[in-house]
Design a protein around this ligand. Structure first.
Ligand code: IMP
Ligand code: MG
Length: 181
């Protein structure tokens, strides 16, 4: 698999350093607050596991599985949420953890759905931000890395549900991937 993708877009060392910084910032910002950290599956599963382990607060965690109809370079037309939360979030602080904010449609939809539960606050944390593709305005409080418009796989991010298990982030060259598969 690694031969297809070449060098990591972000090294594992740089990733570890940045995620530790995010954890420190989140720990400071939510000191003394009742925080539920919600991971958006499947894409955020690797980032989420690394992030929550560097948040030094007694948080609770929960997950949502969300999908969007999406092709490379096109925003999702619709967002579908497949699961319910198991934790109550009313009057509690919520941090929604995404793999990547691209058009912003997924994050915007999930935030609007979570608002219905009347939390005390909701913020978004994303490993990657692709501001060049943004179609809707959404405030992203915590960003790991800002990236160019290229399609990225690995470290939880997929192309047609594959390559989530690549241990690092890599730009995808669809011609090379299709030739190998
Ligand atoms: P949105 O356009 O911000 O709604 O992003 C929708 C979803 O598309 C994200 O949560 C990702 O799962 C996926 N996505 C967007 N850009 C990429 C990418 O470069 N690689 C892999 N998945 C992506
Ligand atoms: Mg995804």
């Amino acid at each position: 698999m690694p031969e297809i993708f070449g060098k990591p877009l972000v090294t594992q060392d740089a990733m570890r350093v940045r995620i530790r910084e995010l954890g420190k910032q989140i720990s400071q910002d939510y000191q003394g607050k009742d925080l539920v950290v919600i991971g958006v599956l499947k894409g955020a599963y690797v980032f989420f596991a690394d992030l929550v382990r560097v948040i030094q607060l007694p948080i609770q965690i929960d997950f949502l599985i969300a999908t969007g109809t999406k092709k490379v370079g096109c925003p999702p037309k619709t967002v579908k949420v497949w699961t319910e939360l198991t934790e109550k979030i009313a009057k509690r602080h919520v941090l929604l953890v995404e793999d990547i904010v691209d058009s912003g449609l997924t994050a915007q939809y999930l935030v609007s759905q979570l608002q219905n539960h009347k939390p005390a606050s909701i913020e978004v944390c994303t490993l990657l931000d692709k501001p060049a593709h943004r179609e809707v305005e959404i405030q992203v409080q915590y960003v790991g890395f800002e990236v160019s418009p290229a399609y990225i796989v690995g470290y939880g991010l997929d192309y047609e549900q594959k390559y989530r298990n690549l241990p690092y982030l890599a730009k995808m060259d669809s011609e090379k991937v299709e030739a190998e598969s």
